[in-house]
Design a binder for this molecule. Sequence first.
Ligand SMILES: CC(=O)SCCNC(=O)CCNC(=O)[C@H](O)C(C)(C)COP(=O)(O)OP(=O)(O)OC[C@H]1O[C@@H](n2cnc3c(N)ncnc32)[C@H](O)[C@@H]1OP(=O)(O)O
Length: 208
Amino acid sequence: MELQPEIYLLGASGHGKVIIEIMERMGQVPAGIFDDDPSRRELLGYAVSGRFDPAKISRAATLIIAIGNNHIRKKIAGRMTLPFTTVVHPSACVSSRATIGPGTAVMAGSTVNSEVMIGAHCIINTNASVDHDCVIDDYVHISPNVALAGNVTVAEGAHIGIGACVIQGVTIGRWATIGAGAAVIRDVPDYAVVVGNPARIIKYNSEI
Ligand SMILES: CC(=O)SCCNC(=O)CCNC(=O)[C@H](O)C(C)(C)COP(=O)(O)OP(=O)(O)OC[C@H]1O[C@@H](n2cnc3c(N)ncnc32)[C@H](O)[C@@H]1OP(=O)(O)O
């Protein structure tokens, strides 16, 4: 397996633990971990170095934002000039015809099928299934055990909640939220929060 350049994590949370364990399975360890919260001193035995400081990292560095909140990933990504890396758990089944953007993490047991396009800084979480020809825009989180049928489009920043399913051809709008366990059978507008089976709008997220 080809080794990537040094990877530095931004964020020392529970999500960061999962990212670290993917890296370990890829044969790597984090070169460093940064977190704005000074009370976070270590993560899984690796030292946490406080606020991000470019002076503390090597020139060959790449970054990954290990933070689950889609808005925060976008905010941090916009401030960084270093390249971002992609991490894919070895047990994930990713089509050779799929594309995955920088800063995206693909977790254990997930499936990404033929000609799927996944943008930057996304999370394809544990055991999620993203079927053929889906298009996933930047900063999206596909939670554990989500099933996206073929030709689903998920626009920027949307969060698909744990265990939700989306039938073929549906479009999920920008910064929308799909509740845990929802069954989505129609397009979801930008910023909408939908729950249930069939999924219905209960409110709208605020535009940040
Ligand atoms: C590894 C990881 O941990 S990844 C993280 C995975 N986490 C998730 O997927 C979380 C998904 N989040 C949810 O499902 C949330 O419940 C949300 C975002 C849909 C709604 O959260 P909130 O905005 O806090 O809404 P709130 O809890 O006040 O619920 C509003 C109403 O919707 C109902 N509701 C909320 N979520 C759901 C749901 N998933 N399915 C059905 N009904 C729901 C509530 O019962 C409530 O109904 P009521 O007004 O009749 O009492």
